[in-house]
Design a protein around this ligand. Sequence first.
Ligand SMILES: [Mn+2]
Length: 329
Amino acid sequence: MQNITIEVANFLVQNDNFLIVTHERPDGDALGSSFALLNILKENGKNAALLLPEELPENYLDFVPCDYRTYLDQYERTTFSWCLALDNTDLERAAVGMRSHLADLKLPIVNIDHHPDNRCFGKINLIIPEAAATAEIVFRIVREIPSWKISPKSATLLLLGIIMDTGGFRFDNTSAEVLNIAAELLRLKADHHGIVRNMFFSKHLPYVQFEAELITRHLKVNQSGRFGWICIPEALIERYGIDMKNSEGLIEGLRSISGMDIVALLQRREDGFKISLRSKDARYSVGKIARQLNGGGHELAAGCMIKTDKEEVAENILLAHVERILNEI
Ligand SMILES: [Mn+2]
C-alpha cells in the first residue's frame, strides 16, 4: 500500500492539469480532501480545478476557496489531462457537476479513497481502507513529496475532512495514525478552533427545533428499542425552511441514543427513499445491510436507496434487513 502512495506522489509531481471530482451530496471529507488537494496542487505550481455536484453547504463557506464550478461546461475540457476522483466508491456515485457523468470527461482517472467497497474504477487506484478519511490519504501522499508545502489553509481543509469523517475523533476509525496526522496538521497551523466552531457550534435555531420535532414526533422504534428510525416528512423540511444539504450530522443525534444499536434516516427522493444508516457496534454492520440493498459505505456508516414510492414498503424492507443483522449473533 505504501508503495502505491509513493507512486501516486510521484505521479502528481510528474504530471499536470488535474480535474478533481468527488461524490454526490459531498460531506466534510469529500469537500475537505477535494479542496485541500486543489489548494496543495495550486500552491505547488500545478494547474488544477475542482468540479462539484452542487453548491456548498452553508457551514463550509468560511473554509473553502469558492473556487470551483458545478457545471462541466464551465470548464474548457481540453485543459485537463487527468481526473482525480476523491472519496468516491464507484463511477455511479461520482457526481461530476450537474448534468454530467464521470464517463463524459473521457479522462484517465486516479481513484483515491478509503471506502472498503471501492470498485477500483481508476487507471490508478489508491484505496486505503484503514485510513479514517480520504483527507488522511491526501496527507499521506503529499508528505512523500518533501519539496511540496502544505499551507495553513490546506492543513485546515485536511483536518476538516479528518474531523468530519471521525465524528470529531469519536468513531472507531480513530487510529493512532490519524491522531498523529491531526497533530502534524496542527503544527502546520490548521485552524482547529474554526472547524469546531463552524461544524459543531453553529446550528441555526430553526434547525435545532426541526431536529427536536423530528425526535419528538417522528422517531419510530422497533426491536425492543435497538433499532430507531425517522422518515423525514417533506412538510417539516418546508415548515422550518431547512436546506437538507446543511443537515450533515443529523443522524448522529439518533446514534447518540442509549440502547439503539442501529439507526436510520429515510428521505423521500424522486425515485424512492434515500436511506442513511449508522451502527455503534461492529457486530451489527450497517455496511452489510447497505450492500444487500445495492448501496455501500463503511461498516458503521452506510447508505442505500430503496426504490418504492410507499414509505411503509421502504420501512418494511429496511426493518427485515435490520432484524436479520440484530439477531444474527
Ligand atoms: Mn470519507
